[in-house]
Design a protein around this ligand. Sequence first.
Ligand code: G6Q
Length: 559
Amino acid sequence: MITIPQPQTGIIPLYERPAWKALQQHYAKVQNAHLRQMFAEDPQRAEHFAFEAVGLYFDYSKNRITDETVRLLLELANQSGLRARIDAMFSGEKINVTEKRAVLHVALRATKDESIMVEGKNVVPEVHAVLDQMTGFANQVRSGQWRGHTGKRVRNVINIGIGGSDLGPVMAYEALKYYSQRDMTFRFVSNVDGTDFAEATRDLSADETLFIVSSKTFTTLETMTNARTARKWALRALGDEKAVARHFVAVSTNTAEVKKFGIDPANMFQFWDWVGGRYSMDSAIGLSTMIAIGPDQFRAMLAGFHAMDEHFRTAAFDRNLPVLMGLLAVWYNNFFGSQTIAVLPYEQYLKRFPAYLQQLTMESNGKRVTLDGTRVEYQTGPIFWGEPGTNGQHSFYQLIHQGTKLTPCDFVGFFQTLNSLGDHHDLLMSNVFAQAEALAFGKTPEEVREEGTPDWLVPHRTFEGNHPSNVILAERLTPETLGKLVALYEHSVFTQGTIWQIDSFDQWGVELGKVLAQRIIPELEATEEPSLKHDSSTNALIRRYRNLKGGAARMKKNG
Ligand code: G6Q
């Protein structure tokens, strides 16, 4: 008999929760209220809707909310069972119901003395054992003690992985480059497009290069293809199978496949099925990060994650950063009909942060059925996107300011820069404050006219404003701060998923992608014309590709 998981007993459907109904009525009243008016009516609004927690200052005053909005959203969180869900996650319950797994990325940053049980076993000691193994290895590579096959020290580290086994490492490396060992080169190969591998290795010597093959399953097409190509590339230069042991290590949950690939299990770093791919940058998947910034800084990053975990777990919801951020996202998504959220870090080192968040948020909450399989009748996860400031200001901010869509924005900035150069940092931060201000308050036709603008131009130069934003400020970008920021979004995603009653931790859409191409690969590679049984469009595309794919080779031959 199949047992169907019963995840959230006692939680009534979203539309029937009293707080939801109250929010609908409330929305009807406040939907047109302007931030200009709200600020004018309450001179204390900035203090009222801002606070600091775990070293992050969170100003959410420029949101289209009143005290009543916040009160009702908090009630919604309570009626959605958020407290119980948080406790369930932290205590190792199998809240990823479709995969029947615990969701314990929080255990990856638990302190040694904590105890988190999965099926009667405390997992914290294992987490620390792997951290110690990573520390030993990272120290050897960083110090030059770890030698390649020819006796040379490792100067280049290439992480091969994709999705959750790539985006975290590459984002963290870029974010923490300032702290990285600068005489080493770090690269990341993810795409099955051969160009990714070719460009990442074209100027490197195999005898100085270490590959970290990062794959939870160790079966992912892209990663295994790149790993095999890497092995050929290394062996072509090093000429000896034994070189694999010195130039390849693996991060995986699948020991059997790692062995099959030829990597010594002694050079394998474990993680567990209760770590989701997109929640794994602080597991052994972060090995490249640890080699880059060193074990102490890596542990500082974990401490940052942990501080945010504890805040999320223990703080009252009305002073709980991830809870409030998550609820605000629900407010715009489900009441104002916003489709997207822009993440705008004013910190060049965070240039991959929006891409990282895209996976975290959209793979987690891009779901259309609730935990018990019922189709939702409301919008779920918004689209996350963004670019570092100020670059975005010269491209897409136009649409946020004057387009027809309501795009809530998260501005992220720092009081201190890591690269102090003249007045650059003041200029950068002035843009954060100016943009958030302009979005909220806009420019009225009267103000535009007063500037001497002719009447015909006034509508074009008018900014309606009333565009909401959060401003998140921290002292400076450190490993610890990065940990806090990532955990903030992780838990905000969880909060949203709880309100929508969806499984934020499975990814059946990704699984589909992993099998779809398998059927077509042999059809592209067959020497005989294959009999194609797809729709007419797919058949035609495959035929055209087969006919023309030798084009470059032919052109070369003919030329
Ligand atoms: C993340 C997803 C997905 C996954 C990749 C790589 O949550 O599950 O992005 O991380 O598909 O999977 P492997 O690590 O198994 O290669």
